[in-house]
Structure formats: C-alpha cells, structure tokens
Write a protein that binds this ligand. Structure first.
Ligand code: PMP
Ligand code: GLN
Length: 380
C-alpha cells in the first residue's frame, strides 16, 4: 500500500529497550519506573474487577473518576472543570493527544511543534493532513530555552494548534511565569488552540510550581490539557490518562474519541477513582523524584558527562562531547553495548535529527539501579 507515514520507523524507545535487553544493559532509556506501584492501587483495581466492573464503561469515562480528576485539577490549579462535559478518560496520554489533534486539525491547517518534540506529535499531525511548523528550542551551554519570538514569527492565519509540553520531554525544561506571559501574548485575540501535554505535571523540582494551562484563564479557554496516570502512579503499562478542555472543545474531542476507542478499561477507572480519594500519592511525587534526581546528578557530576538542568520530568539530559565524537544514536548504541547502560539519543526528537551530542537518561529507577548505572558511567 502507499504509506500514509513513509518516514516513520520503529520508535527510538523500542529500539533502545531492545538493545538494552540484548546487551544486558541497565535500562535508563525508555521512560518507565523499574519499581512497583503502590499495592493499594493494585488492590483497588482488583477489587473493582471482583465487584463486577468488567463491561463497557461510559464512553466519556467512569463518572467517579471524572469527578476525582476534576477535584484534583481544582485543588491543584484552581480551575473547576465540569466532570460531565469537560473531562474525558483516555487510553493513555497518547490517545488523548492523537484524538485532540484529529478533532481540530483540518487538512492544510498549521500546527506549531517545538523541537525537540515527543515523537507522537508530528506523525499524528501529518495523519490529520495538518502541516507541522517546527520551531527549535535554543540550546546554549547552560540550558534549553523556548524561543518565543520565533514561535510568534511562525504564527500565520493558518495556525490552528500549538503543542506545548511542560514539564518537557526530553529536556526537563519547565515553563515559568514569563513563558506563560509570552505564550498568552501570542495566542490572545487569535483562534489558535493549545494542545498541552502535561503528563509530567507532578514532577517539578526545587519548590517550583507546574504552570498548567488550566491555571491561566486565557490559556485554559483554548487548551486541551492532557495527563497520564501511567506517569503519576508508576503504571506506564496501564495506558490510562485523561484530557480536560472547555465544553465546546470537549464536545469535538468526544466525537472522535467515541470512534477512536469508544471507552477505556473499566476496572482500572473504578480502581483509580477509589485510590484518588487520597491526594498524597501525587503530592509526594516531587520530593520522591527530586531525591532520585539529586542522587543521579551527584553521581554523574563525578563523570565526564556534562549535566544540563533537570527542572522537571524524570529525565536528565547530558552532553557527552568530552567523551566521544560519535553522533547521538551511535553513541547511545555504543553506551548500551560496551558500557551496559542504555540512554535515549535526543536527535530523533527532531525531524531530520539535529545533532547536539546530548543523550537522555531516565532516573525513575530504584536507587540501586541508579547506583549500578552511575558506577558504569563514571568509568566512561
Ligand atoms: N507525552 C509525553 C511527553 C510522554 O513522555 C509520554 C510517555 N512517556 C506520553 C505523552 C504518553 O503517555 P501514555 O503512556 O500515557 O500514553
Ligand atoms: N514516553 C516514554 C519516553 O519518553 C516512552 C513511551 C514510548 O515508549 N512510546 O521514554
């Protein structure tokens, strides 16, 4: 057949996880925890199955879960979404992102994507017939930054959607108030919608706060805000997440959602709803991961890798230019095969692969796993 996505191959995450397994490497590549989730969460889902919640739930999601999500957003960001008309439970954040793009991007519409970008955005925009407009973050010696002036310059009358990812995968960049002001100035008075990928919303460090689009009236009014229970509750394999958006946007989202998946795993929805009665699991997350980040950064400081900032997410990006001249994918392959630590090259997060001699490590791992990796990385 004639491919709709001719340039798409296997994702870098699959590639590096396969290499890690093949070489018996410590896998700090693909982003997932190597520790168990809370046993109470497993109990809650098991109980839901035993209680008979095993048939199709409502298309939009189990009401108790939508209410729990709305309550969490209200308590955390101060915005009250209507659980009936403004929250939908999805099969992971990926499906929420895809469905949001499909519901609003018409053929020929332009979608601004900031690179490096999570790998699902671009192919999905292309499937919708949209035109990706790519704007690269600036990478100085010190950090990655979002060039708002270039984003403003990329806006045209055809701009339909702007994809924002904060905290940002892979760079760990976190939007601050100044970014919110710049973003607001760009979209105000336009018809531009925002697709806000906030799956790492509860992983922001050093006392900073997550600037969810839902905090800010101007932005919330035009945003699909996406999150993932996989990230927040250490269950990436469950593939369950949600989207919050104003009712008129959500009505369009649901038109696509009902034919995209119709509905999402019922017992997990009931189990998560019960588990969410206690807010501690997400309130404790910043401290939990900041300690791991600091353990990992302290260890890496003794190596020849150069640390970039890690203000949010569970990723640490490093420069390896002092170690090797290899391009990023080759360096990551070498690191997995010879040093037995798997990382993710950042180049595949750019169309055409921009080389910056940067790789990403995931520190959502047991302390012992991190120490084993650090031992090996110190010897490079
Ligand atoms: N967006 C970003 C930025 C991610 O890093 C990920 C997964 N790691 C997702 C979306 C997808 O989340 P999910 O597994 O819930 O589909
Ligand atoms: N989002 C995860 C990461 O960035 C991977 C998800 C996937 O494998 N598609 O590592």
């Amino acid at each position: 057949i004639v491919s709709r996505l001719p340039s798409v191959g296997t994702t870098v995450f699959t590639h590096m996880s396969m290499l890690a397994a093949q070489h018996g490497a410590v896998n700090l590549g693909q982003g997932f925890p190597d520790f168990a989730c809370d046993a109470r969460l497993v109990d809650a889902v098991t109980e839901a199955m035993r209680a008979g919640f095993n048939q199709y739930p409502m298309m939009t999601g189990v009401p108790a879960l939508r209410q729990a999500i709305a309550a969490k957003i209200a308590a955390t960001y101060g915005r009250q979404y209507d659980a009936d008309t403004e929250i939908t439970v999805t099969a992971g954040a990926t499906q929420a992102l895809t469905t949001a793009i499909l519901c609003c991007v018409h053929p020929g519409d332009e979608v601004i994507i900031i690179e490096p970008a999570y790998d699902s955005y671009l192919p999905t925009v292309e499937l919708a017939g949209g035109v990706p407009v790519l704007v690269q973050m600036t990478l100085t010696d010190a950090c990655y930054a979002i060039p708002w002036d270039r984003i403003a310059a990329a806006v045209t009358p055809k701009t339909r959607l702007l994809v924002i990812n904060t905290p940002h995968n892979p760079t760990g960049t976190v939007l601050r108030q100044a970014d919110i002001d710049a973003l607001s100035a760009i979209v105000q008075g336009t018809g531009i919608l925002i697709l806000a990928d906030e799956v790492y919303e509860h992983m922001v460090y050093d006392g900073a706060r997550h600037e969810s689009m839902s905090r800010h009236a101007v932005l919330a009014a035009r945003s699909f805000v996406v999150s993932s229970f996989g990230k927040t509750f250490h269950v990436t394999g469950w593939k369950i997440g949600y989207v919050a958006a104003p009712a008129p946007l959500m009505a369009e989202f649901r038109k696509v959602h009902q034919y995209n998946v119709f509905s999402t795993n019922a017992p997990m929805q009931h189990g998560i709803a019960a588990y969410m009665a206690d807010p501690r699991p997400w309130r404790e997350l910043p401290d939990f991961y900041q300690r791991k980040r600091d353990l990992f950064r302290t260890g890496l400081a003794a190596s020849r890798f150069e640390l970039l900032p890690a203000d949010g997410t569970y990723f640490q990006c490093v420069r390896y230019g002092a170690i090797s001249d290899l391009p990023e994918v080759a360096f990551a392959e070498w690191l997995a095969a010879e040093i037995k630590v798997a990382a993710i090259p950042v180049a595949p997060f750019y169309r055409g692969g921009v080389e910056s001699r940067v790789v990403r490590f995931c520190f959502a791992k047991q302390d012992d796993t991190l120490r084993l990796a650090l031992d090996r990385l110190a010897r490079v």
